[in-house]
Structures are given as structure tokens and as C-alpha cells.
Design a protein around this ligand. Structure first.
Ligand code: FAD
Ligand code: DHB
Length: 385
């Protein structure tokens, strides 16, 4: 079989790209290793920048998000027993939307079907070949059979552990000496807004998914075994790390999902290898503290979609040639911010000196309008990059 653009991966990057291209009459095939139920239920990120919200609305996938997403004009930094609100809306004029990544994915799948196209699930790509020629090919297995898909262009949207990024391609990398243990719980959030907490025992975060579902994260060692964290231990640690001096109470509920995610920074030197273009986690990873991973995947897909549309509309390959550099400028901005916010809130072993300096920085960020604007601007993605 053949198509114009072969897309590997039905995450936010692949699905948004497919929708952008399909709406312009460009033929696409989306290949996804997992089955549909798995993809629709996979719990990951939950904070959407305004630019991400606009991108989803522009392709006809925003209706449910606008109804059910929680619009937040601020969030809380909590440390030394007290909370401090960062008023994003007042500082930047923008708000974020809290809406689960798997809902974004479900809405994009539904929008693709409504537009008369579909996703090939349980289709595992084993190889992309001929990317330096005009006729690249994707090899994949589906339901026990091997297939070849011939394309004009291949979009590698298959996440960090995918097969599209050439394994030997150069990249910049940083590992962090901690991981996040995340849980989803059936309990109304104990706060109207997200809470990022710095504590001597380590970072903790209170997020949410809906008026009845809460999401929490705890900083844990990188090699953490979930079996050592029964629910009681998770709640006890959340109570300790989120405690305030004014008697704020954390409500507990049934835990419905739990996972441990390692933290790393990774940026490919290039997002393009001939006719193979990478987008999203396939090309870069940020630590989750700044909530940038999903938003970067969406901005990559928009850039790549625009570039391919130009190429098909008038043969202009300029935007495709500029894609990697344009993309990486934004990625490095987000990488720096995520690294900064990780350092602001996580506990590193040892030095009392660093911890004192960290508390001084937190106090400054909350006190100074310039410093809190810097934080808010990056958080909503209004950095002009
Ligand atoms: P993905 O969403 O990873 O999509 C890639 C798709 O490709 C997947 O559906 C995968 O099944 C498919 N695929 C992989 N290999 C193949 C193959 N060989 N053939 C066919 N299909 C293939 N970010 C935050 O900001 N906050 C968070 O709390 C947060 N939590 C996370 C938790 C986890 C466990 C992970 C892995 C990531 C988390 N992230 C978080 C990051 C964020 O979810 C990602 O940045 C985002 O999913 C990137 O989207 P994507 O479309 O590039 O990749
Ligand atoms: C969530 C994840 C993040 O990484 C973050 O910074 C804020 C919220 C979440 O999953 O809700």
C-alpha cells in the first residue's frame, strides 16, 4: 500500500498531525502499536497551554475539552508550611486548561473518524527505511502479518521508546537522580488549583482531572519499586509533604491507577533525517515538572503540519528545511524551564547549602513580580519562541 504521509504513533503528536493534514486533503495512514482501549485509558499528563487548546479547537477536536476542561488562572507554590499563589492570568493574561492527555487522544481519534479517516491499531512498526530517498517505506506487523507502507514522507511520532529515531543519531542528554510516583484517586480535589510543593522529604504535587478525580505525584528514588508503595504509604507521604501550618486538609480516596516515571532531559540534535521527520517525545524529553511534554508534542505537530501542507500546496520546501531548527528553539526553551522548575522544587541529597538557596529562590519567585512573571510566562508557554 501507499500513502502521502505515513505517521508512526497515535499519541498527541501523531494524531494532531494526521488531523491537520487530512483536513487539507493530504492522505495519511496512522500506525499504532497498542490497541484502542489501551491508548484511550493511558494516564499521563494533564496541563494544556492556551496554544495547545487553540490547536485542538482549530482541528475540530476541542468541543468536549471546552466543556469539561478545568480552566485555571493560577497555581500554588507550597513550601515551609505555607502556600503562595502564582496568578498566571494577572501576570500574563493567559490561563491553562486541566484536561487529561488520554481525553485529548480520545477526542483526536473521534475527530479523525468524524472526518472519514481511521487509525490502524495493533500495528507495530519494525523499521523505517529509504529515508534518504524519495520513496521511504515503513515496515510493520499487524494481526500476525507483515506489511509495507510506501510514503512520500514519514512522521516519527512514536514516543521516546519508538523505532523511528535512528539509534545512533546524536543527542544531548541529562539524567535526574529521581523519579515521580503518580496516582489517580477517586476523590474531589482538596484544592481549587494545582499545588507544587517543596518539602524536606522531597517534592509533592496535587493535581486533578475533574471535580471528582484527583491526581498526585511524589518525588521518589529512580529505581523505586511500586510494590514498596502500598496506598497507605502514598497517602501518608502526601499528607506529610503537602501539610501547611494553617490546618489545610487532604482528602483521600480510592486509588485507581499508579505508576513510576523516570526523569530525564533529552534533545536530538536534529528532528529531520531526509524524508523522516520526528515530532514529540520521539525527538525530545523534558522532566515533567513544568508540564511541557504534551504541549511540545502539540507544537511540533503544528509546525510539521504547516510545513508539509506548504510542500504539497506549492512545492515550497523552505518550511520543512527550517522545521528542525524552529522546533528545537522551542524545545530548548522548555528544557531550560523544566530543568529550572525541577531544581526549584526537588530535594537533592546532601548539601544544606543548596536547600537554603532553594528556599531563598522560592521566596523570591513568590515575592518579586519580575520573578513570578518569568515563571508564569514560561508555564503558559508565552515566551515568544
Ligand atoms: P506518545 O504519547 O508517547 O505517543 C507515541 C505513540 O507511539 C504511543 O501511542 C505508542 O504506543 C506508539 N508507538 C511506540 N512505538 C511504536 C511502534 N514501534 N509502532 C507503532 N506505534 C508505536 N508529561 C507531562 O507534562 N506531565 C506528566 O505528568 C507526564 N507524565 C508522563 C507519564 C509517562 C508514563 C510518560 C511515558 C510520559 C509522561 N509525560 C508527562 C510526557 C507526555 O505524556 C509526553 O510528552 C507526550 O505523551 C508526548 O506525546 P507524543 O505523541 O510525542 O508521544
Ligand atoms: C500534571 C503533570 C505535570 O507534569 C504537571 O507539571 C502538572 C500536572 C498532571 O498530570 O496533572
Amino acid at each position: 500500500t501507499r500513502t502521502q504521509v505515513g505517521i508512526v504513533g497515535a499519541g498527541p503528536a501523531g494524531l494532531l498531525l494526521a488531523q491537520l493534514l487530512h483536513r487539507q486533503g493530504i492522505d495519511t495512514v496512522v500506525l499504532e502499536r497498542q490497541d484502542e482501549a489501551y491508548v484511550r485509558a493511558r494516564v499521563r499528563a494533564g496541563v494544556l497551554e492556551p496554544g495547545t487548546v487553540r490547536a485542538l479547537c482549530d482541528v475540530g477536536a476541542g468541543e468536549r475539552m471546552l466543556r469539561q476542561g478545568l480552566v485555571h488562572g493560577g497555581f500554588e507554590l507550597r513550601f515551609a508550611g505555607r502556600g503562595h499563589r502564582i496568578a498566571m492570568d494577572e501576570l500574563t493574561g493567559e490561563s491553562i486548561t486541566v484536561y487529561g492527555q488520554q481525553e485529548v487522544v480520545a477526542d483526536l481519534i473521534d475527530a479523525r473518524r468524524a472526518a472519514g479517516a481511521d487509525v490502524e491499531f495493533e500495528a507495530t512498526v519494525t523499521e523505517v527505511a529509504g529515508t534518504d530517498t524519495a520513496t521511504p517505506v515503513i515496515r510493520y506487523e499487524q494481526h500476525g502479518r507483515t506489511h509495507e507502507l510506501h510514503c512520500d514522507w514519514i512522521a516519527g511520532c512514536d514516543g521516546f521508546h519508538g523505532v523511528c529515531r535512528p539509534p545512533e543519531s546524536p543527542a544531548y542528554q541529562r539524567d535526574y537522580p529521581f523519579a515521580w510516583l503518580g496516582i489517580l484517586a477517586s476523590v474531589p480535589p482538596s484544592s481549587d488549583e494545582l499545588i507544587y510543593a517543596r518539602h524536606d522529604r522531597g517534592f509533592a504535587m496535587h493535581s486533578m482531572r475533574s471535580p471528582t478525580v484527583s491526581r498526585f505525584y511524589l518525588q521518589v528514588p529512580p529505581d523505586t519499586d511500586l510494590a514498596e508503595w502500598p496506598d497507605e504509604r502514598v497517602w501518608k507521604e502526601l499528607h506529610l509533604r503537602l501539610a501547611t501550618d494553617d490546618g489545610w486538609r487532604l482528602a483521600e480516596g480510592e486509588v485507581t491507577e499508579r505508576s513510576v516515571t523516570g526523569m530525564r532531559g533529552f534533545v536530538s540534535r536534529t528532528m529531520r533525517h531526509g524524508r523522516l521527520l520526528l515530532a514529540g517525545d520521539a525527538g525530545h524529553i523534558v522532566p515533567p515538572t513544568g508540564a511541557k511534554g504534551l504541549n511540545l508534542a502539540v507544537s511540533d505537530a503544528r509546525l510539521l503540519g504547516d510545513a508539509l501542507i506548504r510542500r504539497y500546496a506549492d512545492g515550497d520546501e523552505g518550511p520543512l528545511d527550517a522545521y528542525s531548527d524552529t522546533c528545537l528553539r522551542r524545545v530548548w526553551r522548555a528544557q531550560d524551564f523544566s530543568q529550572w522548575m525541577t531544581g526549584l522544587l526537588h530535594r537533592t541529597e546532601g548539601a544544606e547549602f543548596e536547600q537554603r538557596a532553594q528556599l531563598a529562590q522560592l521566596a523570591y519567585v513568590c515575592h518579586s513580580k519580575a520573578a513570578s512573571t518569568m515563571l508564569a510566562e514560561n508555564y503558559v508557554g508565552a515566551t515568544g519562541m
